[in-house]
Write a protein that binds this ligand. Structure first.
Ligand code: SF4
Length: 356
């Protein structure tokens, strides 16, 4: 199987040794659709008012991921990371959930809330990482390793989750792997950077699927350390939400960037950090959507992207117009077959029970 690191050890991962092999070609194009044009302030105000009216009429709730464009975040009922939004989806009393994020996230909301209508405003909102592994590939991998435990990043389709023992996010992956009996072999996917990071933190070898998010292709350790050198008063913040920042976590674990000025933080943690820190500047290693809540929380500070162009075009397919149309025309429905949802719920709930 060419897309798996078979020789990984905690001391020297496949990424470091150069044994890393690329994943099979993605099912969706790796290059996301071109970024849509932003509406002007007047159109934003009109569309936002229309959306709020439709939300009330249709008994709907709008959940928006932190990587959405600012105007979509501003009109949403809740903004947050993928797991937080799924938990929010499960607890809402609204009939309709309009999920402004990528498809696997909306699927997770549907898996946790099977009786609710879940809509996604744009069907092109895929994910290069989630599409880096299929359910059949997981079945084949398990057949080759029948005694292994399957641990998958939450950035996977419901079909893949149905083949999985434990789901993880970037922030709880270490805790979940540590909770698995030590004698058990682990198949970890689909993010090779997160896999390598977890191996280092747990000192436990795993078989790691060689998938990655196209956004973090632009985030390199020399760039991050160079940014710290160029901005001696700045803190570096890494947001462990998505595949676009797991490479930076891996570089930190390898000692490639200064640990004293580097913080791995959730969105809430970042907002608290910028309020409490004396640093005038913050270098931020993640998708650029996170700058919107940070600038709102601390308008007097300067936020610098660790790399220009860390933009998830899949997330940006969702626009205010698309959101308005989804509410008005009741589209596009996210469906997960009940037998898949039942099996996919198990690894998600195990993860939630381990990390609280
Ligand atoms: S940033 Fe990467 S991992 Fe996150 S949704 Fe976009 S393509 Fe997927």
């Amino acid at each position: 199987m060419t897309h798996v690191s078979e020789t990984t050890t905690p001391e020297r991962s496949a990424i470091e040794t150069g044994d890393m092999l690329r994943a099979e070609p993605y099912m969706l194009p790796v290059v996301p659709p071109p970024l849509p044009e932003s509406p002007g302030p007047e159109e934003i105000a009109d569309l936002s008012a229309e959306i709020r009216e439709l939300t009330a009429q249709k008994n709907a709730v709008i959940l928006a991921h932190n990587y959405q464009v600012p105007e979509v975040q501003d009109v949403a009922d809740y903004t947050g990371d993928s797991l937080g939004l799924s938990i929010e989806a499960a607890s809402t009393s609204a009939e309709r959930i309009v999920f402004c994020g990528v498809h696997f996230m909306a699927e997770t909301a549907k898996v946790l809330s099977p009786d609710k209508t879940v809509l996604i405003p744009d069907t092109r909102a895929g994910c290069s990482l989630a599409d880096g592994i299929t359910a059949q590939q997981v079945r084949d991998w398990k057949a080759e390793n029948p005694d292994a435990v399957v641990v998958m990043y939450v950035n996977t389709t419901a079909d893949v989750k149905a083949e999985t023992d434990y789901c993880v996010t970037s922030s709880n992956a270490v805790a979940v792997v540590n909770a698995i009996p030590h004698e058990k072999e682990i198949l970890f996917g689909p993010d090779m950077f997160l896999g390598s990071y977890v191996e280092k933190m747990t000192k436990r070898p795993m078989k790691v699927w060689m998938g990655e998010c196209h956004v973090h292709a632009g985030i390199r350790p020399a760039d991050l350390q160079g940014m710290l050198d160029d901005h001696p008063g700045a803190d570096l913040m890494i947001h462990p939400e998505c595949g676009c920042s797991t490479s930076a976590m891996e570089y930190l674990a390898c000692g490639d960037i200064d640990p004293d000025r580097t913080y791995i933080l959730s969105t809430g943690g970042m907002i608290e950090h910028v309020k409490q820190s004396d640093a005038p500047e913050f270098i931020v290693a993640t998708e650029e959507g996170i700058f919107h809540p940070l600038r709102k929380a601390a308008p007097d500070r300067t936020f610098i992207p660790a790399t220009e162009g860390a933009v998830c075009g899949f997330m940006k397919t969702i626009t205010l117009r698309g959101l308005r149309d989804a509410l008005r025309d009741d589209k596009y429905h996210v469906e997960v077959a009940p037998e898949i949802a039942e099996r996919a719920r198990i690894p998600i709930e195990r993860m939630i029970s381990i990390t609280g």
